[in-house]
Design a protein around this ligand. Structure first.
Ligand SMILES: [Zn+2]
Length: 153
């Protein structure tokens, strides 16, 4: 069992015993920092759901996170096409809802969702540019089948 598998096992166990309620802990282990940064950059450092910028969020003490649009609990992957920037408030509200269910929930509390759906779909369809510690840049393009990685420098 490699380190990655062990992390997945630990996450599953922690989730099972109810340690993970808001994905804060969960969010820290499953993705490399450079890929996380590339997704934040792709999304303009703003929550894909409410649009708050990381700067404003920080001033209010709200952490920025990555959200699995199609939740892990429902089989969603770590594919870049399934990940968007989300403030912790939105991420907690979404929990393990899929996009459609979350938008329905938001409409139920009086929030217009047409713009949100459009923004989320647009953002997660874009490629990201991941910079390695050595400065090499890899373009990662989401497709229905998975990610296509291409070294660009
Ligand atoms: Zn938000």
């Amino acid at each position: 069992m490699n380190h990655h598998d062990q992390t997945a096992v630990d996450e599953a166990a922690a989730m099972h015993i109810g340690l993970i309620r808001d994905k804060t802990w969960y969010g820290q282990h499953w993705i490399r920092d450079n890929k996380r940064a590339a997704i934040y950059s792709r999304d303009g450092y703003a929550c894909a759901y409410c649009g708050i910028t990381s700067e404003s969020a920080e001033r209010q003490g709200i952490r920025m996170t990555l959200d699995h649009v199609h939740p892990r609990e429902l089989g969603g992957t770590h594919n870049v096409g399934n990940l968007v920037t989300a403030c912790l408030v939105c991420n907690c509200a979404k929990q393990s809802k899929g996009l459609r269910a979350f938008l329905k929930y938001l409409r139920g509390i009086g929030i217009q969702t047409a713009g949100i759906a459009k923004r989320v779909r647009r953002q997660k369809a874009k490629s990201i540019f991941v910079t390695s510690a050595k400065g090499q840049i890899t373009k990662v393009t989401p497709t229905a089948e998975g990610e296509i990685r291409k070294r660009v420098s």
